[in-house]
Design a protein around this ligand. Sequence first.
Ligand code: NCD
Length: 325
Amino acid sequence: MRADFPVQFDQNGKLRHFLTIQGLSEDTLTGILDIAHSFIDFGKREIKKIPLMRGKTMVNLFFEPSTRTRTTFEIAAKRLSADVVNMNATRMSTTKGETILDTVKTIEAMHTDMFVVRDRASGAAQLIASHLPDHVRVINAGDGRHEHPTQAMLDVFTIRQHKQDFSKLRIAIVGDILHSRVARSQIHALNILGVREIRVIGPRTLIPTDIETMGVGYVNNMRDGLEDIDVIIMLRIQRERMDGQLIPSEQEYFARYGLTERTLDFAKPDAMVMHPGPINRGLEISSSVADGNRSVILDQVTNGIAVRMSIMAHLMGGQEKSKWT
Ligand code: NCD
């Protein structure tokens, strides 16, 4: 590996791994979204397979629990005809004293072609990618508080399905930004795609101190924060990553920052409601809003399959449509 280009790209500047949104170009993001769009129809076909990854083995290596992300990666890889191995490792071998790199190298010795990695440590996927042979691909499925780039891609895909022009959109991200790898990846993606405005809303204790340097404005209340907003992205309170008391009582948090029929009214009448899941009903969002007609939360899950297929296709060099149509 040469030191003068990030591990995510090969010597020719082509995407080799999918580790972060930061550092990607608008063309790369748009290319992934366009191909994902053509994959959407595959999910509706009777035979849902294309041979792009036939004979390849993808390993889902999850050191943190996950349902939707792991499952949609598995379905995406299977639709591309890959063989899939699921390892819900929860630091399995690592608890036996084996490091994460030893675990990955052991599995790689079985001639696997792609790793989808989730770990509680920021930078884990990057570390793994920089220690594997050139032909092996790595996708980051969430590393600590750092990034969750495929989630951000399916989120911007879902936004584009409903709102055509990014440059006109005002987007609010609400809640626990501090612990959210999803928010970080979303902010990068939305900035690269040129949205008009990004606002974060939440208690100051849950907002990174350097948030303004990411090209984002901060508002501490829902009434002002949601004014003129087209897209509301709610985030889960990530208790497992908190040390100490960062929010008041759950009731008070919900009263101030919860999305309910009442607070939704502060946004534009056609504002759409998103959440990466899992949702805490009654803590950050009311059931009536989560299940209501402005919510696209389940569309996000469905779109995750097509978007992850597209990302895998890009890494396998199969982004030219002629290879699979
Ligand atoms: C997110 C994650 O794991 O970062 N969930 C997901 O991938 N759908 C968000 C969260 O856990 O709150």
